[in-house]
Design a protein around this ligand. Structure first.
Ligand SMILES: [Cu+2]
Length: 499
């Protein structure tokens, strides 16, 4: 103590009377609003945080469901397993209380999936994770806690081949500490340590969403937010959970891995911003707000404009590492997309609708184009000479379902008839996740649709070189895992465009 006081006096003298505190003391004084660091769960720091999380989850699971700090209350904030009114009645009966009022306001507010307000996907989940993190701090009594993230994609994903294995702490049902992180409702093999992206239940996780230069849909590009919502977000949900777990909206947030997954989704957003991606600034977007519970169980209203930058929040945070955009990314500097020139499009067949119904078997459709390919050059070369170095997009619009599908579909370009669809095939383009598509909205039967896009310039080049692009293209949709046959998954339209 003496030493510290002396140091302080000396520093004050040096600064000519101005108060300068040694770093240690400054940090102590500013503890409440110091920038905190979120760590990968695979690091020693991340493991320490995971132990705090596991203890807090166990405590939250013991709290009554009427308590905003309980596990169920937080899970239901995302979505209720049954109709919201039914669940409110089950938990609160017909009595009115401040907590019931909070539940009425907060439950089932996963805005993007509930209403189809897809731009809100990232800010709503940033808030959801942020307040859960505060609750864990208060429930555990550890104010230094930060939520670890599951680093399952990208070059920092380590150890190679193992980073898509569900961390072992989530797979120990009878362990006194880690048991709270276990859930049985996961796809076959996931709780045995099989990589979640492996066939037949899993699909590859990518950072292809970061190739998008805009947050929102723009021309042929469905935008960073919608593409991220699909892959790796939705694909990971489908990879991990079954229809009483991560695979469907209603149950997803009951699995403790949900939060580490969404922490990584938040990191991908922060990484895209760091690389130069701009968030929308219009008032209809930035003024949206939702209610959450703080660490004391009191309601707080969070506004989108407050959470667009993690470093300027009331409780700022950064990540221990960020991701770079993958090869083939569309430059941010590229001017806003003009009316895209359409080169191939799924054509109305004899019926009135061009919608493509997906089934439990692979479905193949042909794209029709006005582009005339000479037999010598082939379609691929004709396409390249017509588009002159522009980016080629495969855009899937109006993806819908009449109920939650519970799995994904692999998308293939010009897959030869005799070839079995696997993600290792050069025709593999990416994955459509139906996570969150086909969920009935609260109080109604409306289902939201989704648009997604893939940058396919490199794939078209590879297929052209391999002479797989000689004819007008075909698209194959192959199911991954087991789907809900009653869900009627549909892709409204498909187009291959340049912009
Ligand atoms: Cu999610």
């Amino acid at each position: 103590m003496t030493i510290r006081r002396r140091t302080l006096l000396k520093l004050s003298a040096l600064a000519g009377g101005a108060m300068i505190l040694p770093d240690v003391m400054q940090r102590a004084l500013a503890a409440s609003n110091t920038t905190k660091v979120r760590h990968a769960v695979s690091t020693p720091e991340g493991k320490l945080m995971l132990a705090v999380y596991a203890r807090a989850v166990g405590l939250m699971m013991k709290k009554p469901s009427t308590d905003p700090l309980s596990w169920i209350f937080q899970w239901y904030t995302h979505s209720t397993p049954e109709d919201k009114e039914v669940e409110l009645q089950k938990v609160f009966g017909s009595t009115s209380s401040p907590h019931r009022q909070m539940a009425e306001t907060m439950w089932f507010t996963c805005e993007p999936h509930r209403s189809g307000n897809s731009d809100a996907f990232l800010p709503w989940h940033r808030m959801y994770v942020l307040y859960l993190e505060q609750i864990v701090r208060d429930v555990s009594g550890d104010q230094a806690f930060t939520l670890p993230y599951w680093d399952y994609v990208g070059p920092s994903c380590t150890p190679a081949g193992q980073c898509t294995v569900l961390p072992e702490e989530f797979r120990k049902p009878n362990h006194p500490l880690w048991g709270s992180l276990y859930r049985p409702d996961r796809n076959p093999g996931v709780n045995d340590g099989k990589p979640v992206d492996a066939s037949p239940y899993g699909s590859p996780l990518t950072l292809d969403c970061m190739k998008s230069p805009r947050y929102r849909e723009s021309g042929s590009d469905a935008g960073f937010c919608a593409n991220l919502d699909n892959d790796p977000h939705g694909v990971m949900h489908d990879n991990v959970g079954d229809d009483k777990g991560m695979g469907v909206i209603a149950w997803a947030a009951n699995d403790p891995i949900f939060w580490l997954h969404h922490c990584n989704i938040d990191r991908i957003w922060a990484s895209w911003n760091k690389a130069g991606g701009l968030n929308p600034q219009d008032t209809p977007f930035t003024s949206q707000s939702w209610t959450f519970s703080n660490g004391q169980g009191l309601p707080v209203v969070a506004k989108v404009s407050d959470v667009l930058d993690t470093t300027t929040l009331a409780s700022p945070y950064i990540y221990d590492s960020y991701l770079s955009r993958p090869a083939g990314s569309v430059p941010f500097s590229k001017p806003l997309v003009r009316a895209a020139s359409v080169h191939a499009q799924s054509r109305l067949s004899s019926g009135r609708s061009s919608a493509i119904a997906l089934t439990e078997k692979p479905v193949k459709i042909a794209l029709a184009s006005q582009l005339r390919s000479t037999s010598k050059a082939g379609f691929g070369n004709a396409l390249f000479s017509a588009t002159q170095g522009e980016t080629l997009y495969l855009t899937l619009s109006d993806i819908s379902a009449s109920a939650e599908v519970g799995n994904s579909y692999g998308v293939y370009l010009n897959l030869p008839a005799n070839v079995t669809p696997t993600p290792q095939d050069p025709s593999f383009v990416g994955t459509i996740s139906f996570f969150g598509v086909g969920m009935p909205t609260h109080g109604g039967h409306h289902t939201s649709t989704r648009d997604i896009s893939f940058v396919v310039t490199d794939i078209v080049q590879k297929l052209t070189d391999a002479k797989r692009m000689n004819q007008e293209p075909t698209i194959t949709f192959a199911p991954i895992g087991k789907n809900n046959v009653n869900a009627k998954p549909v892709v409204g339209s498909v187009s291959l465009q340049s912009s």
